[in-house]
Ligand binder design. Structure first.
Ligand code: GLN
Length: 310
């Protein structure tokens, strides 16, 4: 039986408004530090096409690392399983921007959802072109997924990270030394920072995740990816989508999810729902404090879990 999602969302909105511990906005990208931490939005799209929203569901925010899901999908479309020669598929057990494992593992990042892995994926997606070509392709992909051409980049956020992204520059240069970044580092980083600076609302993000709920199908007809690829992307979201807190997220929420330092989380209940939550304050692992809590509540109320029968 379908849970009463309108009542559940209303309940979650009321509970989250009371929450005292809201985390801290990401300050290492100065532009993100300006965002009001009191905001919270949620959007749920069901497999039968219903959209349930609450709070600030139509406010745009920086999707940041959630873009790694869409970048991975594009890269797999270009090079298929060859991608796995350059990026691993294991949880890192480290922070999103960690550099330590790269030394031990010859410049091969643990997975495509930590920064180092996403930088390699960005290098693949550049494919010899200028960053604007790769970014244009990413935006067109999102327009197609959401059936909404208004999605764009927040240039102030991109510029802010370009000016301060020294750590990502270190990761990219380090992997260039192992020939696992193959384009000039400034082009790869330009592309990476712009894709992180894409701005979307919860409503748009939930729409973009529909193909992962639908075993790779686009609800408008046709396929985005094969069923096997959709399942594998979901598997990576579950095991690696929350960095060093991926295990905790699987334990508390029990569905695949990908977070970003803008405070958004995209979460997928295969066959049932594509969910986006957003609240800018982050916990110590760099994941949305209130967003994670909201998803935990949602899973508890609905019974949604990849570890139980539907
Ligand atoms: N653009 C951010 C960075 O590279 C993305 C990190 C994140 O969302 N966790 O630091």
């Amino acid at each position: 039986m379908m849970p009463d999602l309108d009542a559940i969302v209303a309940d979650i909105i009321a509970t989250m408004a009371q929450a005292e511990e809201r985390g801290a906005v990401a300050a290492y990208i100065p532009e993100l530090a300006k965002v009001d931490p009191a905001q919270f939005g949620i959007a749920i799209v069901t497999a039968d096409g219903r959209m349930i929203t609450g709070g600030d569901a139509d406010t745009g925010f920086s999707i940041q690392s959630i873009s790694k899901v869409f970048a991975l999908t594009l890269a797999l479309g270009k090079v298929g399983d060859q991608l796995w020669e350059r990026v691993g598929r294991e949880p890192s057990g480290n922070a999103f921007n960690s550099i330590t494992q790269l030394e031990h593992e010859q410049g091969i990042p643990r997975n495509p959802f930590i920064n180092a892995g996403a930088i390699v994926v960005t290098d693949v997606n550049l494919g010899g072109h200028q960053p604007r070509v790769a970014i244009g392709e990413m935006l067109r992909f999102l327009h197609y997924l959401c059936e909404d051409d208004s999605i764009a980049i927040n240039e102030a956020v991109a510029a802010s990270e370009t000016a301060t992204g020294f750590r990502n520059a270190a990761l990219a240069n380090y992997m260039r030394a192992f020939d696992n970044v193959r384009h000039p580092v400034d082009l790869v980083l330009g592309s990476y920072f712009h894709q992180c600076a894409i701005e979307m609302s919860c409503r748009q993000l939930a729409l973009a995740g529909r193909f992962l709920m639908l075993d790779g199908r686009h609800p408008g007809g046709g396929r985005v990816v094969s069923p096997r690829r959709a399942r594998r992307i979901n598997a990576l979201m579950l095991t690696c989508g929350h960095y060093d807190a991926s295990g905790d997220f699987a334990f508390r929420v029990g569905i695949p999810g990908k977070s970003g330092v803008g405070g958004g989380i995209l979460a997928i209940v295969p066959g049932s729902a594509s969910i986006a939550v957003w609240s800018p304050g982050l916990n110590a692992s760099g994941n949305s404090q209130i967003g994670t809590q909201a998803l935990e509540e949602l899973a508890r109320h609905t019974g949604w879990s990849v570890f139980s029968p539907p």
